[in-house]
Design a protein around this ligand. Sequence first.
Ligand SMILES: Cc1cc2nc3c(=O)[nH]c(=O)nc-3n(C[C@H](O)[C@H](O)[C@H](O)COP(=O)(O)OP(=O)(O)OC[C@H]3O[C@@H](n4cnc5c(N)ncnc54)[C@H](O)[C@@H]3O)c2cc1C
Ligand code: SF4
Length: 328
Amino acid sequence: MHPFLYTLAADEPTARRIAATDPAAAFIAGGTTLIDLMKLNVEHPAQLVDITRLPLAKVEELPDGGIRVGAMVRNSDLANHMLIQARYPVLSQALLAGASPQLRNMATTGGNILQRTRCWYFRDTATPCNKRDPGSGCSALHGQNRIHAVLGASDHCIATHASDMCVALAALGAIVRIHGPSGDRALPFSIFHLVPGAHPERETALQHGELIVGIDIPRLPFATRSVYLKVRDRRSYAFALASAAVALDIRDGIIRDARVALGGVATKPWRSQAAESALVGKTAGSAAYHAAAMAALEGAVPRARNAFKIELAKRTLMRALARAGALA
Ligand SMILES: Cc1cc2nc3c(=O)[nH]c(=O)nc-3n(C[C@H](O)[C@H](O)[C@H](O)COP(=O)(O)OP(=O)(O)OC[C@H]3O[C@@H](n4cnc5c(N)ncnc54)[C@H](O)[C@@H]3O)c2cc1C
Ligand code: SF4
């Protein structure tokens, strides 16, 4: 681990000023991603700006019926918040499917959005990895790629995005709120995370020095009928091999609106508008759910060891839709 400076920021302007003036500074929130990667020598910021004292830990109702979540709201608090459980059960379920209770008590909303991939080569500095060391090559392409992506990948990187929470936020159409040296901005979740293309080292639209202050979750009344389903090697404390976040608006047996996002199989939280289109206007039931699964995985590219993920993701999505469809 490299030596680094540490500053406990008393307020947001201080945190942002330090981050903006030091190109090697990084914010630290719960530390559950960053400290691990520093110990592994994958990340080596020269300065840590601790943002845990910033007043960003509120969950508030917005006048239009949406919910504003501060970047420092801990994953446990968000999962167990009454408003989230009542209005967006898919988000609560996704959070509770992630990590362990101890980690969720530390992990924050902002940090979860920016967690790094669990590709084992990325975390092993003895192996080439374009994401960690641009231009060095991708060890997973022809290596152990059982856990890797079948959607959104490139010949430069096939790593999955690891977050459960982000899959639910993609389905809900969340907005990421950002304060930075060039002003404030709000980015839809769909464009916040980037697919790897030729530059897997660039994972999000966030610029250096920009602070995520929170997310807004738009009003979505039919999200009361929503489900997160995660399939993994162990029943707890494991990352998704495939997951699905779904919400269905069903009236008189017909699907009037739908939200679908996949996790564990793509390079970013993967909202599937193709699957949503396949559902809308159809009778709720297995034929529609099957059509949605086929649409969601159309164009998926398997590698030597992860072809099983295509069928697994289809079945995960169909099961999540069936569960949502069966809710009152
Ligand atoms: C053993 C283990 C198992 C796990 N299992 C799962 C799992 O099953 N599912 C899952 O989804 N996740 C899992 N996780 C990941 C966990 O959810 C993340 O580590 C956590 O959410 C990161 O949040 P944090 O606050 O600790 O981030 P930190 O480690 O503090 O920060 C992460 C990154 O975000 C940046 N950052 C943090 N906050 C901000 C901000 N407000 N603005 C700008 N930049 C910021 C930091 O600079 C850093 O680059 C697991 C982690 C571990 C260690
Ligand atoms: S899949 Fe991406 S993160 Fe993994 S080794 Fe290849 S470039 Fe690195």
